[in-house]
Ligand binder design. Structure first.
Ligand SMILES: [Zn+2]
Length: 308
């Protein structure tokens, strides 16, 4: 399923609005704190993982949220997912999850992967804190997305999705914000797993919405809404779940438990030359583009959280 509603924005971007410029600063601060100051954060750099968790908690609380933690044990060490919730006004049992993993891969300070996902999640949480929607919105920071925990029992998002299944929660959609800050105007800056390069643009200047075939309706809705409100290039793809990259984030865990889930991504390794290296640093993020994408995601979330 590669046919998407609307068309990707083309041409020069309009001047950034004041709101987008303010957003840019906010995102910049989050990415710099997580990646520049705290740095590599995972079970191998556990103190830094705790610092990142503490930063996320403090940011949530400063917005007025009551923070909940889901703690679990990995070989004697405590790991935590961190979440807040804006209760829905009309359909509180319907839950939309906006998630991003806050660990970084071994050997990397993780600015783009996934400081950017967490930064956008924090910004969106602040924006929706005092603007409840019809449905409940949860903002969740997941631990242990990266190897060696990826797609194992210790993956934070899988622990979370299993609990939602046990509780019989009505998760309308999970939106995984995964590596969303790297953009390039250079021709050939975008690659793909074969045979997608025949269909999609070779310039890595767009934001991508990705899912498996079962969630094609959700990808179409998200891309359609993004294109309606946001003057920024976008592509959507509902593909075989086994294609390289399609299931490579926390949305996979929700699929496993039978929940609808899609990923928002700059395509990570298919574009970002610093992916999973020591050079995934805050200075490689394109904050202007990142801010425009985040503003567009606000509209997408508002649509899904309010409309049938
Ligand atoms: Zn990642």
């Amino acid at each position: 399923m590669i046919r998407m509603p609307g068309s990707s924005y083309q041409g020069a971007l309009p001047p950034a609005t004041d709101e987008e410029r303010a957003l840019e600063q906010e995102l910049h601060t989050h990415v710099h704190t997580l990646s520049g100051q705290i740095g590599e954060r995972n079970l191998f750099h556990y103190d830094q993982l705790l610092l990142a968790a503490e930063y996320i908690r403090a940011e949530f609380e400063s917005t007025g949220y009551v923070v909940r933690k889901q703690a679990f044990d990995v070989s004697g060490t405590t790991c935590e997912n961190i979440e807040v919730e804006v209760r829905g006004t009309d359909r509180p049992e319907d839950i939309l999850i906006i998630g991003a993993h806050y660990d970084s891969v071994k050997g990397s300070p993780g600015a783009n992967d996934n400081g950017t996902g967490v930064a956008a999640m924090l910004v969106l949480a602040r924006q929706f804190a005092h603007a409840p929607a019809s449905r409940t919105i949860r903002f969740v920071a997941f631990v242990n997305e990266e190897p060696p925990f990826f797609q194992t029992q210790d993956m934070g998002s899988w622990v979370y999705a299993k609990r939602s299944r046990q509780r019989n929660e009505r998760l309308v959609l999970m939106l995984s914000l995964e590596t969303i800050g790297y953009y390039s105007e250079a021709l050939g800056s975008q690659s793909y797993p074969p045979p997608l390069s025949l269909i999609y643009p070779s310039t890595g200047n767009f934001i991508g919405f990705v899912s498996n075939l079962a969630n094609s309706d959700w990808v179409q809705r998200a891309v359609g809404n993004f294109r309606q409100h946001t003057q920024f290039p976008s592509e959507g793809a509902a593909l075989f779940g086994w294609l390289p990259g399609v299931g490579w984030s926390d949305h996979w865990a929700f699929w496993k438990e039978g929940f609808p889930a899609i990923m928002v991504t700059d395509t990570a390794l298919f574009r970002d030359p610093y992916y999973h290296t020591a050079h995934d640093t805050p200075d490689h993020i394109h904050y202007d583009h990142f801010a425009r994408v985040t503003a567009g995601l606000h509209q997408v979330i508002e649509d899904i959280a309010n409309k049938p």
